[in-house]
Write a protein that binds this ligand. Structure first.
Ligand code: MG
Length: 382
């Protein structure tokens, strides 16, 4: 019988302090940070253990959301301790009786199944195993004031997780000494042989946002939209979700809001999801006279569903009349609220058509929009 124990009880203060200020609050807890495939950091680490063929899974955490999600996957939840050693001991006790225990840091999401297998095989052979990597930099021993010496690093290694050990030996070692910073250290102190296994450079421990940034790229996409509606009937008209006084109305199947239709197409275009007519056919009786904000909200939802956020929307209205400037601020506020961004990310401009062509003759209104969206994705260094 072997147990996988995930330590997910750490605080995230250093990570929160290191996050870019524009990040939403959900991104400030390192274990809850949503990686580009939608799984949070802790979940990546958990899934490694879940798929690792363990008889028991223990998650040590004080986070109720992590606890609920882990229990749904059949894991047992143990409470975190005041130190890493104590958290590990709590997890180990929750796993008993068991022969082999694997301890993994939830903050190491990039450990691979291959590494887990190597550690397990080495522990089977030697009783305990820890993945290590060499130190590439020259190592100095220093005080605050001076360098004391250059340390011979040929035998120095950085320790990672997952670590594996005979559960009884680890329990006895931890019960004797809880001050250790990893499980192998407790075993070493108890005089038990621990085998080193080659670790992975990509198996970084996430402490600050810097540790994640190297693995993440920003993917930027741009979409454009254009729409035109003909004047006819009586006003008022709707532009950008704002009612604007006008003697003439605009003709359309819905409320003929050319600005919102252009914005909808720009957002759909940015995620290559076709055009507004594909999602909202203009022969659908349910949409007759419909308010167009629903189209924009729908398109913004399509953007978010793929993990993107909206960085910016830039709109140009082409019209001889009415004047847009007096309504520009209201339109910015209106669209910002529809797509869930601050108004500073919405731009609205207007131009006449200098009397040229149909727009210039005042036969209708046209609108163009450009939407810029972004998401994080795993970079090539991962
Ligand atoms: Mg339209």
């Amino acid at each position: 019988m072997k147990a996988g124990i995930l330590l997910a009880a750490g605080a995230s203060e250093r990570f929160a302090a290191s996050c870019p200020p524009e990040f939403p609050p959900a991104y400030r807890n390192k274990l809850r940070f949503p990686l580009p495939d939608g799984r949070e950091v802790w979940r990546w680490s958990f899934d490694l253990l879940r798929d690792g063929g363990f008889d028991k899974l223990i998650v040590v955490t004080g986070d109720p959301d992590i606890a609920r999600a882990a229990e749904r996957e059949g894991a047992t939840v143990a409470r975190g301790g005041s130190s890493r050693g104590e958290s590990c001991l709590n997890g180990l006790r929750a796993a008993l009786p068991v022969e082999v225990a694997v301890i993994h840091d939830a903050a190491r999401p990039f450990a691979t199944p291959n590494l887990l297998m190597r550690v397990l095989l080495a522990a089977e052979e030697h009783g305990a195993a820890v993945p290590v990597i060499p130190i590439p930099d020259t190592v100095k021993r220093c005080t605050e004031q001076e360098v004391l010496e250059t340390v011979d690093r040929s035998q120095l290694r950085l320790a990672q997780t997952p670590q594996a050990a005979d559960a009884g030996a680890l329990l006895a070692a931890l019960e004797k000494d809880l001050t250790v910073t990893d499980e192998a250290a407790a075993l070493e102190k108890a005089g038990i042989h621990v085998a080193p296994v080659e670790g992975e450079l990509t198996n970084r421990k996430i402490t600050t946002y810097e540790d994640l940034r190297g693995t993440l790229d920003r993917e930027v996409r741009v979409g454009t939209g254009y729409d035109v509606h003909r004047f006819g009937g009586e006003g008022p008209i709707w532009l950008g979700g704002v009612e604007i006084p006008s003697d003439l109305g605009l003709i359309g199947h819905s409320d003929a809001d050319a600005v919102l239709h252009a914005v909808t197409d720009a957002l759909l275009g940015a995620v290559a999801a076709g055009d507004i007519g594909r999602h909202f056919p203009d022969n659908d009786p349910a949409l007759a006279g419909a308010r167009s904000d629903q189209f924009v909200r729908y398109a913004a939802e399509q953007v978010r569903a793929l993990g993107f956020w909206i960085n910016h929307i830039d709109i140009t209205v082409l019209a001889q009349h009415p004047k847009i400037a007096p309504h520009a601020e209201a339109i910015r506020q209106s669209i910002a609220q529809m797509v869930g961004v601050e108004p500073g990310r919405i731009s609205i401009k207007a131009t006449t058509h200098e009397g040229l062509g149909a727009i210039g003759r005042g036969e209708g209104i046209a609108a163009m929009a450009v939407a810029t969206i972004e998401r994080l994705r795993l970079g090539s260094s991962h």
